[in-house]
Write a protein of this length. Structure first.
Length: 126
């Protein structure tokens, strides 16, 4: 069977999602000892790269009770982790990294927020 460019892209996406899962787990393990750098990870269940410049972030229920500034701070740290992993896997360009990633934030199946189209580092919340 001949591998296609789509096969290669899917393989890279799978690798990136595995790395996101591992890195998030590592950050969650560090969160109690180094809350200044890793506290954000306590509120995140999962980060999934879905293609191009889009991630889906599943948050824990406690995230919903936070104020907008804290939610933004946490999502900015999630973006930083995701951008690092995606750049290391050559899935996004430097320009895409600079502009950020389109993020959809959800608890379970309910979407509770997303990046604004005008600035991916700003979020609208439901």
């Amino acid at each position: 069977m001949i591998a296609t460019p789509a096969d290669a892209a899917n393989r890279q996406q799978t690798i990136a999602n595995h790395e996101l899962k591992q890195d998030l787990a590592t950050h969650q393990a560090y969160a109690n000892d180094d809350p200044g750098n890793y506290d954000y990870a306590k509120f995140i269940k999962k980060i999934k790269y879905t293609g191009h410049d889009h991630i889906v972030v599943e948050v824990k229920n406690s995230f919903s009770t936070m104020n907008k500034a804290d939610k933004t701070r946490i999502l900015d740290q999630v973006q930083g982790l995701a951008i690092q992993v995606l750049q290391n896997n050559h899935l996004i360009t430097k320009r895409q990294a600079h502009h950020g990633l389109k993020a959809t934030i959800r608890t379970g199946h309910a979407i509770i927020g997303k990046s604004k189209h005008s600035n991916y580092y700003q979020y609208s919340w439901k």
